[in-house]
Design a protein around this ligand. Sequence first.
Ligand code: SF4
Length: 344
Amino acid sequence: MHVLSIHAGYRCQHAGRCCTSNWPIPVEPSHLTRLEDLIARGVVAPTGPAIAAVIREPDGPALLGRDHGRCVFHDTHAAGGCRIQRAAGHEALPLSCRQFPRQSVTDPRGVSVTLSHYCPTARALLSTAGGPVGIVDRTTAFPAHEEYAGLDATASLPPLLHPRCLLEWDAWWLTEALAVRLVDDDPRRGLPRLALAVEHLRTWRPGTVPLRDLVQRAFDVASIAAVAEWDPAADALATHVADALAAVPEEWRPDAGRALATRAAALPDGEVGRFLAAHVFANWSAYTGRGLRTWYRSVEAAGCLVRLTNDPGMVDLVLRHLADSSALITRWSRAETSPVIRRP
Ligand code: SF4
């Protein structure tokens, strides 16, 4: 189990964001049977008796009912707002409720989990965390025996360095760890330095230096490179907004547009760095994209959108929840045909 040090103390505080966002909440068949039994026995009751507790679609999963955007099992009880959880425990919740705000990937190293900062409790960790961000591998908040749905790359080949060359697992994990440190160390220069490291790594050819050695070298060089502070041009920001919105299904696009129109007060550099680290780590685009430029581009997207909105929660709402991840990654993969940074 691997998580970022800033997320290691995460505990659900029942903020209720996932229960009140008008999201369809699917219930898997095993949990549906149990839930219907709990309802039939009067152990759990929906808050709005006029609304069906469970909606069965002919060609899709059963969904929990919603009342004005709120799950019909959500209330404002001081012991936590979910009636199912209070009556029958965490295990009785549908999978999507048990996972939020976790975003995980499983590879031969094990499970890696990052968090969506659309959850206010996770968002607060960006402000309150102290010390440098790192990847930690043992934490009581994320026990190994829990279920982590997400991307399963256990039987996959390592991520692509570029469309014609694979990385090695050790080299990828080192890349990820050094990139977390790079963007957290100097948030104003982290992205251009990460771009330099990615372009450096793409120079590797089989039969030359061990790839892991080149990773270390690329990040050593990038971490002291004299780069200007990151200041994306207006057209770069607009491209990232357009890519994000294009990847959101039409019915959710107005919500995504409103989220990206947010203009909050400027964020402290430390929060920006920690937010970028949370997008560097456990990032699906490294596993399913066409190379490290695609992965870089996804981190740059998070950086651009947070530069515009100053609101990590709204950015994660769009990138992690409303957008279709494969559509986003397809768009970011266009980066494989041109350098992500121009060398001076
Ligand atoms: S089932 Fe419980 S945790 Fe899930 S959305 Fe409804 S109120 Fe929230």
